[in-house]
Design a protein around this ligand. Sequence first.
Ligand SMILES: [Mn+2]
Length: 436
Amino acid sequence: MSRFLHIADIHLGIRRYNLPDRTNDFFRAWQEVIERYAIGRRVDFVLIAGDLFDRRNVDPQAANHAMIMLRKLEAARIPVLVIEGNHDSHEFTSRFSWLRSFSQWGYIKLLEPEWTDGTPSLTQWNDVEARGSYIDIGDARIFGSIWFGTTIGQALPLMSEAVRQNRREGATNIMLLHSDIEGQVNRPVQNALSLSKLSLLRGAVDYLALGHTHKKFDIEEWAFNPGSLEACNVDEVEAERGAYIIETDGPRLKIEFVSAGADYFQRPFKRIEYQIDSLDEPDQARQEIFEFLREQCAKDEEDDLKKPIIELTLRGQLAFKNSLLRLDKLKEQAIEELRPLGLIINNKTIPKQLAVALGLGRDTPRSERELKVIEDIIRPDPRFGHRAQEFAALIVEAKRLALEGESPEKILRLIEDRLFQAAAEHEQAALAEGAD
Ligand SMILES: [Mn+2]
């Protein structure tokens, strides 16, 4: 029987949004998870499935943050098995990397397959050389891998075959993998590992310890992805994430998941919106947004650990040039006077002259939407505005003819006819009015 902690995507040293305190949040999450669930539960080993660090050029503070907990794990005699992620992988032009150095110094064991002529060969961990591709701890055998990036599709069948040949029968065979998985990515990616290729590993390992996607998921209670320990960006805030504590008994697994926020430290985010319409003067607009922020900040917890990071999204129509709003000034003033832990401002306003086709429902057909957009663009023009609807229809018709391959001359004639016809009618109407 063995018990282990599986985490991934710790991202120590994160600098996203330029929030200097944010990197401490990531340390706090890492610290609590290691203290409570690795040392507190006396696990046999810890798995880190990639992205321990936010960048391959680890900065001194991030190295300290890693070392503080790695030394505690060392004192508790808990080995830490690590693979590279896309954020902290080595450079192809160098055989040195910080993860390799940490491994050489004995604080982690970086498990890497060796590649020669496009095929992987796996070697057992050698304590003297401090290198190897897999390691035996108790009744578990743990295999590492590397960040495959765009080559994952070709590399995975080779890897799974190599692992199959080196599995230890009777043991719990575990593999670490940092990769996008088909069906689990929110953004468009080309290199997600297909489920059919992933299933090749199924016969080779009993537990697949995944990393890379920053939200929790599992595939058929066999491949597990805990998600990042903290939220790396605002869009990740809502996603469930945390750590797995696994107990194995041969091929049988007992799975426990501890959740960010509920079971260990997580920084709260407060996402607020401000509607900017009807403010015509930049300084006044900035002041009103500031007052709104002041009210919002007054409601926040005083306790530094509970204070939220604020994400303010500005919406609506702007009657003046975007740059006149001087959001940098707003931010400076807010940080100085309101002292939020972090402030992220998103400007989603649109210039008034581009605010077209507003108020159309989601189910408005495309053709109707198109007509309305064109009409709204024509309307402010004093030459054509009074016949916006008519000319919008004309433009759509000209487009239809062009798409049907009609000759340019014929399309031009149609436009001229309608324009002159319109002008003539307009003139007549004006004359008739004058005659009254
Ligand atoms: Mn990551």
